[in-house]
Design a protein around this ligand. Structure first.
Ligand SMILES: [Zn+2]
Length: 318
């Protein structure tokens, strides 16, 4: 299993497994989309694979596909909670010995969203587990989990993935616009995968394309990109919404260009474009474009004729 941007964490886990000291209950804390679930799967491989997560054996492959009988992802009733039923069946199930190997791994995702009465049930499980039981938890905010549980699990922080590693992941998985996506979501692989086809992502890509044309002082390309900003369907209303949103994103890139003029780092997506705009245009010119952008974003009267509005914006580039 390739763990993108998790080298240090992988090293710690590998070395613990090597010495036979992988804790029986592990908590992976980190931001949503940072790769907590991947780390849980990898840890299950470390627990179960005879070769310590070789990635090639049948056990490793089954774990990677979520089809190993001894690696149980405990189901949630809804996004924000586990059900008492799923807990009852877990409790019953823990008394059954592993199917294939020596250990059975239970994975509880988003343990910080559990109800407090379920925390108590969980405490009993991790307190005195049968020798074949292992537990992996993931959460965003460990502070809302009772200390009684936290004191019995070993916490590992899952770092956010660097943008370059995220980009490598997207490329390796054959996703288009890898560098733009990675940058737009600041390296968050989970968000890239969830939102890669969203209308917002498409609008961001259009804004970035327009910014690239602006950076080249290519008025015609910029006008062409901006007069065709529709990403939703053919409905008129959405058309204006798309245009407005693209102008909003473009103004963020221009704001970043201004920041860079003042020696501040860029904050948003399109860093390459905003950097170039900062080097090509004067402060006054950028302000002028930003003005036009905000005007077009906010003012519905400009939405009557998109090519004309696009031309109005590009006229401010010169
Ligand atoms: Zn293996």
């Amino acid at each position: 299993m390739i763990l993108y941007g998790k080298d240090a964490l992988k090293k710690r886990l590998d070395s613990a497994a090597e010495k036979g000291r992988l804790p029986h209950a592990i908590m992976f804390s980190g931001n949503e989309g940072s790769g907590r679930k991947i780390m849980a799967r990898y840890t299950a491989q470390l627990f179960i694979c005879k070769d310590k997560a070789c990635g090639k054996c049948a056990a490793c492959r089954n774990i990677e596909n979520d089809s190993h009988p001894d690696v149980i992802f405990v189901k949630k009733a809804c996004k924000n909670d586990y059900s008492s039923d799923s807990f009852r069946s877990v409790i019953r199930d823990t008394s059954v010995r592993p199917n294939n190997g020596d250990v059975k791994v239970y994975i509880f995702e988003e343990a910080d969203t559990m109800r407090s009465d379920l925390h108590n049930v969980l405490l009993k499980l991790v307190e005195e587990p049968a020798e074949y039981l292992r537990f992996v938890f993931t959460c965003e905010n460990p502070r809302v989990i009772p200390e009684t549980i936290l004191s019995r699990v070993t916490e590992f922080e899952v770092p956010d993935t660097p943008v370059s590693d995220c980009e490598r992941f997207l490329r390796d998985n054959g996703l288009p616009n890898a560098s733009e996506l990675a940058e737009a979501f600041a390296g968050n692989i989970g968000k890239c995968l969830a939102d890669k086809d969203s209308a917002d992502m498409k609008r961001i890509l259009i804004a970035q394309k327009a910014a690239a044309a602006v950076a080249n002082r290519d008025v015609f390309s910029a006008a062409a990109v901006l007069s065709n900003t529709s990403v939703s369907n053919k409905e008129q209303d959405n058309k204006w919404q798309d245009f407005s949103a693209v102008m909003g994103y473009l103004s963020r890139i221009l704001c970043d260009a201004l920041s860079q003029k003042y020696g501040e780092p860029a904050e948003f997506f399109g860093k390459k474009e905003s950097g170039k705009i900062a080097s090509v245009f004067s402060e006054k010119e950028i302000l002028n474009m930003l003005d036009a952008c905000v005007e077009l974003e906010k003012n519905e009267s400009y939405h009557i004729n998109l090519p004309l509005s696009a031309a109005y914006f590009t006229s401010r580039i010169l």
